[in-house]
Design a protein around this ligand. Structure first.
Ligand SMILES: Cc1ncc(COP(=O)(O)O)c(C=O)c1O
Length: 420
């Protein structure tokens, strides 16, 4: 078991089972069923605090935003609001959850490359603090739809391509997001919004990509963004993107180093008078979450491969299929036993590509064992789907030995609920 992939304090308990924040994961599997997403509440809180204290050591003028697409769960919004984080939402649905959690609308930042009239009206009615404007069409739409004056930031693609999967690179000119720096459209958008009767331009935003380990690209992006600097610019939002370990060999930079780099770059290129914002998602919740499954079948093809099938797959974790994402796993019933059997962990979907892990060594896996995949806290629940009519798993928060269901498991009946 590689400790950096698990929430702090994860141990093997007296029964020999993997325990997270005092909760026996094998017991949780039998109590709540599988698959299930388990979250270590203490780990989420301590990562939020690490972000805030890394900022507070360097500047008074900052906001850390929970990029809620990573875990759009009302209880998670509530938790990060308690920790003093602001929040970013990328749709009317995420906005609804943030509001339901009691988020102060002034602390909500709303993204979206195609915000609809209905979404803009909801933002307007609810008093959302800032919109991140993404296109010229949106500027016009805002002017037509909004009934009150609105503070906005402009989303800029600064022309920096960090080294990460192409699907999660978002800072290059050739992107569906934002206004390009290189083609002059960002400068045109600045001029256009400064002239707007409805929109009040207060800052700039970029998000160049996700799961990034080489943080130097952020400095280059801030430097590029500063070409647009003006007196009106009192907020720079430098996006999210810090990577997390998914496998034992992964060594992302610590939060402290990432914040130091972003604050240093913002102060260097924008001076002392701007408020600095960041929007971490994955690095707040990724390693706080694990997914538990039950081993259902083991198919050995002699000399070729052993397929171990679990009771979930691409409906609860789309990342392996979407980004070729890789993971490790343990048998939660005996995490310390020698892992000597190499297997491919397959899901239960009617799809050959439904493979969660291509090659992993496990401790003598048996039918009925609880297989646990760590570092599934980000973009697991949020990308979950009902492929093959698979009900989506529950979300369970673990804290001080208590497990609390914060999102119920879907049922087969729920799958009929939307039938007209
Ligand atoms: C605009 C924006 N901000 C923040 C994030 C969060 O990124 P991460 O989860 O890599 O921190 C994303 C993720 O895609 C995003 O699109």
């Amino acid at each position: 078991m590689a400790p950096m992939l698990y929430p702090a304090g994860t141990t093997t308990n007296s029964r020999g089972h993997l325990e997270i924040e005092g909760c026996d994961t094998v017991e949780l599997a039998s109590e709540f069923g599988t698959p299930a997403y388990l979250f270590a509440v203490g780990e989420m809180r301590s990562r939020a605090r690490a972000y805030r204290s890394a900022f507070a050591d360097r500047t008074d003028d900052f906001e850390v935003l929970f990029a809620s697409k990573a875990l759009p769960v009302t209880a998670a919004y509530r938790l990060f609001a308690e920790e003093g984080l602001s929040v970013d939402v990328a749709s009317g649905g995420e906005l609804t959850m943030a509001l339901a959690a009691g988020y102060d609308p002034a602390r909500i930042y709303m993204h979206g490359n195609n915000k609809t009239d209905a979404e803009l009206r909801l933002a307007d009615r609810s008093g959302v603090g800032h919109l991140i404007v993404d296109s010229f069409d949106e500027i016009e739409r805002c002017e037509r739809v909004l009934e009150r004056n609105q503070d906005v930031l402009i989303r800029v693609t600064p022309g920096i391509r960090p080294s990460t999967h192409t699907y999660i690179q978002t800072g290059q000119l050739d992107s569906k997001f934002g206004f390009g720096l290189e083609d002059g459209s960002a400068a045109t958008a600045v001029a256009r919004i400064l002239d707007s009767p409805r929109l009040n331009l207060v800052g700039l935003h970029f998000h160049i990509g996700s799961q990034i380990f080489e943080i130097e690209s952020f400095r280059l992006a801030v430097q590029a963004l500063a070409r647009l600097r003006g007196d009106w610019c009192c907020i720079v939002n430098l996006g999210g993107g810090l990577g997390i370990p998914y496998e034992s060999g992964d060594r992302p930079p610590p939060i402290e180093q990432y914040v130091a780099l972003k604050v240093g770059a913002a102060r260097e290129f924008f001076g002392e008078r701007v408020r600095i914002l960041i929007e971490p998602g994955r690095s707040l919740v990724g390693t706080a979450g694990v997914t538990i499954y039950t081993v259902g079948t083991i198919k050995e093809i002699p000399g070729l491969r052993t397929y171990l099938a679990v009771d979930g797959g691409m409906s609860d974790n789309l990342r392996p299929m979407l980004y070729d994402a890789t993971y490790e796993a343990v048998i939660a019933d005996r995490p310390d036993a020698p892992a000597e059997r190499r297997v491919t962990v397959a899901g239960s979907h009617c799809e050959s590509g439904d493979i969660l892990i291509r090659d992993v060594a496990l401790a003598d896996p048996q039918i009925g064992d609880t297989l646990l995949i760590p570092a599934t806290g980000a973009y697991g629940h949020s990308l979950a789907n009902n492929y093959n009519g698979m009900p989506r798993p529950p979300v369970i928060f673990c804290e001080d030995g208590e497990a609390r269901v914060v999102v119920e498991r879907e049922t087969w009946d729920d799958l009929l609920a939307r039938d007209a």
